[in-house]
Design a protein around this ligand. Structure first.
Ligand code: SF4
Length: 446
């Protein structure tokens, strides 16, 4: 049973020292009880109290880790229904599906395609992370060979799926260096699959038909000593599967219903043969609580939008994505190269710098601290004003690097040009385009 805030408070030091970032021990206790604080934030909790508080402070949805060739990837660990309440922590894993029914050529092509899906955006690497290896005919040798092929030719995290424990065991042996997750545990094979997962120390994918059966299954598996489960309430109908995600998340968070306190697996690959509908279904599960989304088609045009959607949903809404203010050299600029200025909102920086790079016109790009606000918002909030931009231009050191005294400002901040020219009498202010896509033509026209 989860503890109440008052019960937790009784176990805290009650010194109100504020080191946890909250004004009182009571406030910390309340935050802990609602999953809005981590126990580690208080350095003074006794070991005895720590043990008792473990359940209250444990994430209501257990984090599960998968081994990749380099590093690990986690899902679960979520504490809120809605992103704006705090943040979502571990992005949905996007997985491609391989089966033993596929030809060698198709398997090779899919593994190669999986490896190509890597995109550098706003300083982050966007990519799918997992390959699911599924048994189609009970052939343990074929299953193990496919698992080995994935290990040898991909850096992906792996989930090995068969309803026969001996087939899974053969695959897990072949992929043991990767530390895969295994499954599928069902009501029919729970004893054998649970024992195998326990023996190998691997996360277990458990699937049942409906909530009651799923709760019974996870209760049985946790009773066997298993802690790391990935769960699936079985439906392959969009409406029901979406409802499953919401019910499971809410049950895990609000009453802290432990049998549902695990990340989920969703399977658009088994919901439609249409690649576009598959991506639409996947987008629903990325938005609503899918821990893993399994896709049949992993074409670049299908996966890339899902990666962007995931990026948006899993960024922390309370932390602006910012770039360090300063002078950025795009394309090796010299003393006569143009000088442009914009804000330190990461997306603004990456879009503007990308367009400047594309223009092949070497340019000094000044990035001013606007606390991560975009140009229009910063301008409206007075953080990208004539005064502040002028101050930044004077102090950043650009006058020592560039002889040019023409400053290009974003089109959306044209209103500051008068103030700026007053503050920077040696400079001519040039109003740049409003849309970043017009930057290359603008720079070339100078
Ligand atoms: Fe209380 Fe610990 Fe927070 Fe200090 S750090 S106020 S002792 S909960």
């Amino acid at each position: 049973m989860a503890l109440t805030g008052i019960e937790i408070f009784k176990m805290l030091p009650k010194t109100n020292c504020k080191e946890c970032g909250l004004p009182t021990c009571l406030a910390f206790a309340m935050a802990l009880a609602t999953g809005k604080a981590e126990l580690d934030a208080c350095p003074y909790v006794s070991d005895e109290a720590k043990e008792k508080l473990a359940e209250a402070s444990a994430p209501p949805i257990r984090p599960i880790k998968f081994g990749m060739k380099e590093g690990v990837k986690a899902i679960g660990g979520e504490t809120v229904m809605f992103r704006h309440e705090k943040t979502f922590f571990n992005p949905t894993i996007i997985a491609g599906l391989l089966t033993t029914a596929m030809s060698d050529a198709d398997v090779d092509a899919k593994i190669a395609q999986f490896g190509k899906l890597q995109y550098d955006r706003v300083g982050l690497l966007l990519r799918p992370e997992m390959l699911v290896v599924k048994d189609a005919n009970g052939d343990a040798g074929k299953f193990a060979a496919l698992a080995k092929k994935v290990v040898d030719n991909s850096d992906a995290a792996m989930l090995l799926v068969s309803d026969q424990a001996e087939v899974v065991k053969a695959g897990a042996e072949a992929a043991k260096d990767r530390k895969p997750a295994i499954g599928v545990a069902t009501d029919a094979n729970a004893d054998a699959m649970g024992a195998l997962a326990k023996e190998l120390g691997l996360p277990l994918y458990a699937k049942a038909d409906g909530y009651d059966a799923l709760a019974d299954l996870t209760t049985k598996l946790t009773g066997m000593g298993l802690k790391d489960l990935i769960i699936d309430a079985g439906s392959r109908d969009l409406k029901q599967a979406l409802q499953d995600q919401i019910v499971i998340r809410r049950a895990a968070l609000v009453p802290k219903f432990r049998p549902f306190g695990f990340p989920t697996l969703t399977c658009p690959a088994e919901m439609t043969d249409d690649p576009m509908m598959e991506k639409l279904y996947a987008s629903v599960f990325i938005a609503k609580y899918g821990g893993i989304v399994v896709l049949n088609d992993i074409s670049a045009e299908g996966v890339f939008p899902l990666l962007l959607e995931r990026l948006n949903i899993y960024t922390d809404p309370q932390k602006p994505m910012i770039i360090t203010p300063g002078i950025y050299e795009i394309g090796n600029p010299g003393p006569d190269s143009p000088v442009a200025v914009t804000t330190n909102f990461a997306l603004t920086y990456f879009i503007v710098s990308g367009e400047i790079e594309g223009s092949k016109v070497p340019t000094w790009l000044l990035i001013q601290d606007t606390e991560g606000l975009s140009v229009m918002t910063a301008w409206a909030a007075g953080k990208f004003s004539g005064d502040s931009v002028a101050m930044f231009v004077k102090k950043c050191g650009i006058t020592e690097k560039a002889k040019t005294r023409t400053l290009i400002i974003p089109g959306y901040s044209a209103g500051i040009s008068g103030d700026l020219e007053e503050e920077l009498p040696d400079w001519k202010v040039l109003i740049g385009p409003r849309e970043a896509s017009h930057i290359p033509a603008f720079l070339k026209s100078l």
